[in-house]
Design a protein around this ligand. Structure first.
Ligand SMILES: *[C@@H]1O[C@H](CO)[C@@H](O)[C@H](O)[C@H]1NC(C)=O
Ligand SMILES: *[C@@H]1O[C@H](CO)[C@@H](O)[C@H](O)[C@H]1NC(C)=O
Ligand SMILES: *[C@@H]1O[C@H](CO)[C@@H](O)[C@H](O)[C@H]1NC(C)=O
Ligand SMILES: *[C@@H]1O[C@H](CO)[C@@H](O)[C@H](O)[C@H]1NC(C)=O
Ligand SMILES: *[C@@H]1O[C@H](CO)[C@@H](O)[C@H](O)[C@H]1NC(C)=O
Ligand SMILES: *[C@@H]1O[C@H](CO)[C@@H](O)[C@H](O)[C@H]1NC(C)=O
Ligand SMILES: *[C@@H]1O[C@H](CO)[C@@H](O)[C@H](O)[C@H]1NC(C)=O
Length: 603
């Protein structure tokens, strides 16, 4: 939950900025002690407590800062603080503290520390607590180092729990190569991702509110300071109005006569994460999928789930959880029904969709799509604390499905919402995924991801030869402009015989301009084709490897990539970014090299 992370961030800012270790240790132990007393005694705050809270309270301006990438020493302190807070609450729960008492204490603490407004704290804690307490109660051995280790996993906050040390059985026989002649025939594959449709979007509402998501009905009561939500969307923390979603889909269909397939890589639900409900999600999912279906008609759409689809977000329960309040079954049933009724998918996919939201399908001979629900690996899926081992057996299924595809001489595209090479994905899952990709790299012709909202890509390096690229994962960007981005989608030109991506086009529009002309449809345009933009002759793995090394050495090329990363959105590009500041964007391109990551200061 954001709550925990924000708490750590608050402490980080206030505490870890000072490099006096003694001071930090002193603060940590005082805090632990005071929190314990405060939770236990349920009395008014002591002076010491008030003083600590005052010191630690998060400045409002920082409530939205990205607290994802703590590094080294700082992360270590955050980790210590995490463990002490979680340990306190765990021990009270184990001694019988009621859900209601924990709920009210955590909400109060969240509010006192100014992590969010009281309403947001209340909502976020209330919808997540039943799952967390179910897990805590049914796993008496679960401890704070496991919890913090999953959420903050890194070298300085290691996860030492051998339940997480599982592996997948991967066929170790040598790869069977498939003949892969090129043809002149191509397929046009459109990737649409991260719509984040907000049913509460209010044009000319408040785009600068106190909550995590703005531009929503009900927020204009407060002073808008002149920050008024645009008609077509807004660069602030706002999602997509319905008419913007409809416009994008209509534009894509009308512009590209020859779409072979649509890949939809997840996230329909808005960022109003503290006030989602199952009913609300069902409505948005149904409405959006119907719109996609009605727009594209007979064109096959291959969809996957995003981490925002469940309620509360990120939570994908194991199949053994049958309590309807906690289970994710409603989502899997709904998706299986929609996707199969629309004739996008055959009946044969139902079993695995119901098992965990993943499936495979062969749209034509020699070609297979594997669609994953890799949101299970997200470090905010609390269910990882409950059952860490290959959730739903999905990775084993992936390895087996690829093994069969190899025998059947099929080329494969893999769709997954979260870029599996990123550190958002729990380490064991990521490690096993990379092993599988490495073994079947010769038939996996491309991977397609979303989630980050940025226009980017990741290159996978061969485990056997670190200097060789053996796979590429393209990221589709996002339809939502959340946050400080333009809306975009991608059109991939794919070889019809070997299914390699020959080139792609990025399509977008300038939101400032669109809002200036609110009564006209946004002016979509092709912002670039990859080959032309970066001056490369083809998208072979060799060319992409050379491109990456140019990116790390050629400042103007990196600048171009950086601008595209933010989809040319003015607010993102307003700040000067030096070569040093742009370096991490090149580093993100590398999916799986330990030494390169170290060189890039990623850890
Ligand atoms: C922390 O520092 C305060 C004042 O600097 C001191 O009074 C207190 O004893 C210290 N506490 C611990 C646990 O070290
Ligand atoms: C493919 O296109 C090139 C140039 O457009 C042409 O020279 C070649 O003959 C074509 N090959 C086939 C198999 O159609
Ligand atoms: C919200 O407030 C702003 C500034 O006061 C105003 O311009 C705008 O029309 C209001 N929007 C709505 C939907 O009332
Ligand atoms: C709204 O807020 C801005 C900045 O916070 C302030 O300058 C302005 O006076 C406020 N307007 C009203 C009507 O309160
Ligand atoms: C559409 O694609 C098909 C098959 O790839 C091709 O034969 C046809 O010429 C294309 N039509 C247009 C208008 O591009
Ligand atoms: C889903 O949307 C369709 C088309 O708008 C509508 O007919 C149907 O009743 C909706 N189903 C649910 C469960 O909302
Ligand atoms: C977007 O439109 C605005 C307003 O017309 C303009 O000032 C800006 O330069 C445009 N941005 C880009 C990247 O074209």
């Amino acid at each position: 939950m954001q709550f925990c992370r924000l708490l750590f961030f608050a402490l980080l800012l206030k505490v870890a900025n000072s490099d006096a270790t003694d001071y930090i240790n002193n603060m940590t132990s005082r805090f632990t002690h005071e929190i314990e007393n405060w939770v236990k005694l349920r009395q008014e705050e002591t002076e010491e407590f008030k003083q600590l809270i005052h010191t630690l309270a998060l400045p409002t301006a920082l409530q939205r800062d990205d607290w994802h990438s703590f590094e080294g020493q700082e992360n270590k302190f955050i980790c210590i603080i995490c463990k002490s807070v979680i340990k306190t609450f765990l021990s009270f729960r184990r001694k019988g503290m009621s859900e209601e008492d924990i709920r009210s204490r955590v909400i109060k603490l969240c509010t006192l520390l100014n992590l969010q407004t009281e309403e947001v704290c209340d909502g976020a804690v209330t919808i997540n607590l039943p799952i967390i307490l179910y897990i805590v109660d049914s796993r008496p051995d679960l401890d704070s180092s496991t919890i913090c280790g999953v959420v903050l996993e890194s070298k300085s906050c290691p996860l030492n729990n051998n339940e997480f040390d599982w592996t997948v059985d991967i066929d170790d026989s040598p790869p069977i190569l498939i003949d892969s002649e090129k043809t002149n025939e191509t397929l046009n594959i459109v990737q649409i991702t991260d719509i984040h449709y907000d049913p509460k979007y209010e044009p000319y509402g408040n785009s600068f509110c106190d909550e995590p998501t703005c531009c929503r009905i009900g927020q204009n009561k407060t002073n808008t300071s002149g920050k008024v939500a645009g008609y077509w969307g807004d660069y602030n923390y706002c999602d997509s109005p319905w008419h913007t979603v409809v416009d994008a889909l209509d534009y894509i269909k009308a512009q590209h006569e020859n779409i072979s397939y649509v890949y939809f890589t997840g996230d329909i639900i808005d960022h109003g994460v503290w006030e989602t409900s199952r009913e609300g999600n069902v409505e948005s999912l149904n409405k959006s999928y119907y719109q996609i279906y009605e727009t594209f008609g007979n064109i096959p759409v291959y969809p996957i789930l995003g981490n925002h689809e469940p309620h509360p977000l990120n939570q994908f329960a194991p199949n053994t959880i049958t309590d309807d309040e906690l289970s994710t079954q409603w989502l899997y049933e709904m998706m299986a029904d929609l996707w199969i009724n629309f004739k996008w998918l055959p009946e044969s996919t139902r079993t695995t969709i119901l098992q965990g939201g993943f499936y495979t399908v062969s749209p034509k001979k020699g070609f297979r799509i594997i669609a994953l629900n890799n949101n299970v690996c997200y470090s905010y899926n609390w269910w990882l604390w409950y059952q860490p081992q290959d959730p739903y057996g999905q990775l084993q299924w992936l390895a087996d499905t690829l093994s069969q595809a190899e025998k059947d001489q099929e080329f494969v595209h893999i769709l997954a919402h979260i870029p599996p090479g990123s550190s958002d994905c729990q380490t064991t899952w990521r490690r096993e995924y990379i092993k599988i990709v490495n073994r079947y790299a010769h038939i996996i012709r491309a991977q397609f991801n979303g989630h980050t909202h940025n226009d980017e890509l990741q290159l996978y390096f061969s485990t056997n030869d670190n200097s060789e690229v053996n796979n590429v994962a393209w990221n589709g960007g996002s339809l939502t402009t959340y946050q400080n981005l333009n809306s975009n989608y991608k059109l991939y030109i794919v070889d019809n015989n070997n299914y390699a991506v020959i080139d792609y086009e990025n399509w977008m529009y300038n939101l400032t301009l669109a809002n200036e002309n609110a009564n006209q449809r946004p002016l979509w345009y092709k912002s670039y084709s990859f080959k032309e933009e970066y001056g490369i002759s083809d998208l072979s793995y060799d060319s992409l490897r050379v491109w990456l090394s140019r990116l790390t050495n050629d400042e103007s090329l990196l600048d171009l990539y950086y601008r595209n990363f933010f989809k040319l959105a003015e607010p993102s590009l307003r700040n000067e970014c030096s070569a040093l500041c742009m370096e991490p964007y090149a580093c993100r391109v590398i999916a799986n090299l330990e030494n390169q990551e170290a060189k890039c200061n990623n850890n």
